[in-house]
Design a protein around this ligand. Sequence first.
Ligand code: DAH
Length: 315
Amino acid sequence: MSNIEEIKKKLKALNAEYAKIKNIALEERKAFGIKLNEKRSELQRELQEAILTEETESIEKIDITAPCAPNQKIPEIKRGSHHPLMMELRRVLSIYSHMGFNIMEAQQLDDEFHMFESLNFPEGHPARDGYDTFRTAEGFIPPAHTSTMQHRALKRYKKDLENGGQIAVVIPGRVFRNEDVDATHEHTFYQCEGVYVGKDTTFAQMLGVLKNFFEAYYGQNLNIKTQPGYFPFTEPSVELLIEKPKTLGGKGDGWLEMLGCGMIHPNVLKMAGINPEKYKGFAWGGGIDRLVMLKYGLNDVRYFESGKLDFLKEF
Ligand code: DAH
């Protein structure tokens, strides 16, 4: 019998003693009761100790200093990997940072001011409809584009302008749209925004920066062209297209729209406390998903958010 059971048995016997109290002469009852109570407390203490001892002894003892058995097979560890979009984003940022751009990270929850007002979309502006996204119960906005960061970038690096330099920032971020999802539309995707402001900034410089970027990313010379676009925060506004590279399946005939860009609207500069008479800038924003899909010949944007391991393991 284990020690625990023995003590339990003694306790049971003791409980039976209590039944005798009523037969004991009145003057002795008190002393008898006190004695029984003392005995019971003692047994209960012993029981607790016995339980603790048994528990401690049952814990498996492991010698953590023991040497590995010489032929012991070390279990194979399944390693995770970076998501293809994050790997490619790293390449994108590396190209821009070699060009001298700073990097800021976009917010995943923003507000009305940064989503619209700071970008020269006054209240009731019809172009707001083009950026249909979600709202949290508290009224925060999961941003529909990374341009929501322009105002913050301008303010944060304004001092570089005042010190005779330029503002040069790229801002990658996750963005959200209230879309019907299909092979080319996702509710959640990634963009990279760029902002450049200096004294004599020109539209031609913008085209040079962007052409350089695409050539570095795809590792080949590319043709680019623009077509008119409209964004309230740039004037003029254009869409930039690249000719589909032959090495990536292009037949010398297709143009692909890669991003929106333009010269920063004077109102956007003014709102960030930058004098548009003195400084000019350009900005652009484009999807990372699209960039990566072209590089790897993917035809369905939904793979990125799907969590499909077969797909992820190919990278
Ligand atoms: N934010 C725009 C969009 O998602 C793209 C864009 C256009 C960004 C022009 C810019 C810009 O910075 O200057 O549709």
